[in-house]
Design a protein around this ligand. Structure first.
Ligand SMILES: [Zn+2]
Length: 415
């Protein structure tokens, strides 16, 4: 088992160490998407890192080729809180139910959640009478503890695993939702998971799914938090290296389309639905470098179309505001170079920690949503377009009278 370099430029595949990575798309140099600026920091130099999508044709992993140190990507004041997003809460409750139904989770089982944030996911298991332990490096760990969720405030590493094993024993279930693609040393991560897992335990990961990213052109999920874009074949490669195997997989709607993968210790057959999914992946070209190039061409075309559309309405004298300011939108704004000469401001729901700050790289001010209803700009650009239709409905109901611009997959106006 060879270790890859943890941070900086990645010259070898993050799973199989292949040195011959194929360049797919360059999104330019971009700042860390959560690094919102204050009025004061606008006057200071801003750090950016290269953001390139590359593909390994040996194991089939799509990945970025620069790893920003985790303490920069996930600072202690990392602004994201799971509890704020209702859609995620619904999914997490459902996960506890699903795992109970499938027989993985039984009362008194130990459940460990990697990157447990404010403990929202574990709450679902705790309610079912299971023992829960969260592992979370950011300030969200303190929120979880306040809510009564046992949490170790640390990154998930060898030491954390040793602590949990000593105090609570092996885990029946280990979950990693939207973090499995974020942690840099992939192979060590998988090994640590294996070491913590009980013989009959299961590792359940949920990650944004490359198939959805391909199908819906969700290239805005490419940012420095997401080091890898998972599909089944590269995960099989990864798990095989440490003595785990994929037993099952399913598509879920979380985060604009995700894959939930179940892995266990030892050698096991994949379920029929997982085998079928692998066949769908192959058919969609996930393991064909030509299909990846085509994907990149579609992204560039979408950029040109979006900018042309925005400039057209801007020339007509229209005001355009951003609806929402999710982290992922900063890749879209940075890549398309949409700044305040096009987008007057972005707005977030009351209580969002981003209000009063400026988007990284593009420096668009973020206001409370109220401004939108008061000023009624002619257009809003739906920055949270992955939940666009739900958001459009809610914004209309709340009293917005203007038109909506959907940026992707095909830039278009919705009245
Ligand atoms: Zn590889």
């Amino acid at each position: 088992m060879k270790k890859i370099k943890y941070t900086g430029h990645v010259s070898e595949c993050q799973i199989c160490q292949n040195k011959n990575l194929k360049p797919i798309l360059s999104l330019g140099h971009q700042p860390v998407v959560q690094e919102y600026l204050t009025k004061e920091s606008l006057d200071q130099p801003e750090v950016t890192y290269s953001l390139n999508l590359v593909y390994c044709d040996k194991c089939g992993l799509t990945q970025i080729d620069y790893i920003v140190p985790p303490e920069i990507v996930f600072p202690p004041d990392y602004p994201y809180r799971t509890g704020l997003t209702n859609m995620l809460i619904r999914n997490f409750r459902a996960l506890a139910d699903t795992l109970e139904k499938q027989g993985y989770a039984t009362p008194k089982s130990l459940i460990v959640d990697i990157g447990s944030n404010d403990g929202t996911l574990l709450q679902g298991f705790k309610e079912k009478g299971m023992k829960v332990v969260g592992v979370e490096p950011t300030g969200a760990a303190d929120v979880a503890k306040k809510n009564g969720i046992t949490t170790i405030k640390s990154f998930f590493n060898k030491e954390t695993v040793a602590t949990i094993l000593k105090k609570y024993g092996p885990a029946k279930i280990i979950t990693a939702t939207n973090v499995f693609a974020h942690i840099n040393d992939t192979v060590s991560l998988a090994k640590n998971v294996k070491d913590l897992l009980a013989t009959d335990g299961v590792f359940v990961s949920e990650s944004q799914y490359l198939l959805d990213i391909f199908e819906k052109l969700e290239f805005d999920t490419v940012y420095h938090e997401h080091l890898r874009f998972y599909a089944l074949q590269p995960l099989q490669h990864l798990f095989a290296q440490v003595g785990l195997s994929v037993v099952d997989a399913e598509r879920i709607s979380a985060a604009g389309g995700s894959i939930r993968v179940y892995a266990m210790k030892g050698k096991h057959q994949m379920s029929t639905r997982a085998k079928e999914l692998l066949a769908v992946e192959k058919k969609a070209g996930l393991y064909d470098v030509k299909a990846h190039k085509k994907f990149a061409e579609r992204i560039i075309l979408a950029k040109h179309d979006l900018v042309a559309l925005l400039l057209k309405v801007k020339k007509q004298g229209a005001r355009i505001a951003g609806l929402g300011s999710p982290a992922r939108a900063n890749t879209l704004l940075g890549f398309t170079k949409i700044t305040t000469d096009i987008l007057d401001y972005a707005c977030e729901k009351k209580g969002s920690p981003k209000i009063g700050l400026f988007t990284p790289g593009t420096h668009i001010p973020v206001f409370e949503e109220e401004k939108l209803f008061k000023e009624q700009p002619e257009y809003v650009l739906v920055l949270s377009w992955h939940i666009g239709m739900e958001l459009i409905k809610k914004t209309k109901e709340a009293g917005f009278k203007g038109k909506f611009i959907m940026p992707l997959p095909i830039p278009r106006i919705i009245k």
